[in-house]
Design a protein around this ligand. Structure first.
Ligand SMILES: [Zn+2]
Length: 246
C-alpha cells in the first residue's frame, strides 16, 4: 500500500544536497495544526520541514528531499526534517497515536529511499533537541523515538519495496543520438549512481544521448561486468534496475 502524501510546497529551502542525505530529524509543531496550517506557518516564517503530519491525519510534503529544508540550524545540509503536529499544546506536548502510526509509515518510505535502514536513534535518527538547545520534539515524542525506529525497521523487513511493475520500463534500445524521456530517465539514473560523463561531471539531464552519456553508460557497464559498448539494451536496462519490455 502506497502512502498518500499531499504536496504543499513552500519556498523556504536551499537547493541541492552537496553532502547527500545521512539522517532524519524529528520535530513537533509546538501546537495543534493541520498539515495545511503547517505550510501556512512556513510561508510566514523562515523555517520549513520536508514533511509534516497534521493533526487532521494529512501527511504533506513541503520541500523535496533533494533540497535542504530549514528545520534544524546547522544540521540542515544532510538531514530530512519531519514534524508531527501535537494533539494538545504544552506540558509533554502529546502527539496522537494516529500521527505516530502515520509517521512510522512515512519514515519507512524516507529511510528506504535514502538507504537509512536500519533507523537508529542517535546514529541516523535524531530529535531536534539532540542537536540544538530546544524542547522540540517535546518529551512525549522524544521518549517514543526508539519505539518508532523499532517499528520502522520491523515493518521495512516485512513490507515489500516497490514492486517490479512500478519500475521504469524501457521499450527500445538507447544509444548515442537517441533523444527524449527515456534518455532523461537514463541520465537521472546514472547521476544517482554517480557515473559521471567524459568531462568528469554529472550528466546534464537534457534528453540528448551524447558523448558524456555514452561515457557514463560504458563506465556503468564495466562496473557491472557487461559488454561496455555504451548501448542500453536488455542487459544494461536490467542492471540499471529497469524492466526491459520492447
Ligand atoms: Zn524542531
Amino acid at each position: 500500500m502506497k502512502m498518500n502524501i499531499r504536496s504543499m510546497p513552500v519556498n523556504n529551502r536551499t537547493l541541492g544536497r552537496p553532502r547527500g542525505i545521512k539522517r532524519i530529524v524529528l520535530h513537533h509543531t509546538a501546537g495543534v495544526f493541520t498539515a495545511q496550517a503547517v505550510a501556512n506557518l512556513h510561508n510566514r516564517m523562515r523555517v520549513s520541514y520536508h514533511y509534516s503530519v497534521g493533526n487532521d491525519g494529512v501527511v504533506a510534503r513541503h520541500v523535496a528531499e533533494n533540497n535542504q529544508a530549514w528545520h534544524a540550524a546547522g544540521h540542515n545540509v544532510d538531514s530530512i526534517g519531519v514534524a508531527l503536529s501535537n494533539s494538545s499544546a504544552g506540558g509533554q506536548w502529546l502527539v496522537s497515536q494516529r500521527s505516530v502510526d502515520l509517521a512510522v509509515e512515512l519514515l519507512r518510505d524516507i529511510a528506504r529511499r535514502n538507504n537509512l535502514l536500519p533507523l537508529r536513534v542517535g546514529v541516523n535518527f535524531f530529535g531536534h533537541r539532540d542537536l540544538s538547545a530546544t524542547a522540540c520534539p517535546g518529551s512525549h515524542l522524544h521518549g517514543r523515538m526508539r519505539e518508532i525506529a523499532d517499528r520502522v525497521n520491523a515493518s521495512a523487513a516485512t513490507t515489500p519495496a516497490a514492486p517490479a511493475a512500478s519500475r521504469y520500463r524501457l521499450r527500445a534500445i538507447l544509444r548515442q543520438g537517441s533523444k527524449g524521456n527515456d534518455v532523461r530517465e537514463l541520465q537521472r539514473r546514472l547521476n544517482t549512481l554517480r557515473h559521471a560523463g567524459a568531462n568528469g561531471r554529472p550528466l546534464t539531464v537534457d534528453g540528448n544521448f551524447g558523448a558524456n552519456t555514452a561515457h557514463a553508460v560504458r563506465v556503468f557497464q564495466r562496473a557491472n561486468n557487461l559488454h561496455a559498448d555504451g548501448v542500453v539494451g536488455q542487459n544494461t536496462a536490467r542492471a540499471l534496475g529497469w524492466n526491459w519490455q520492447p
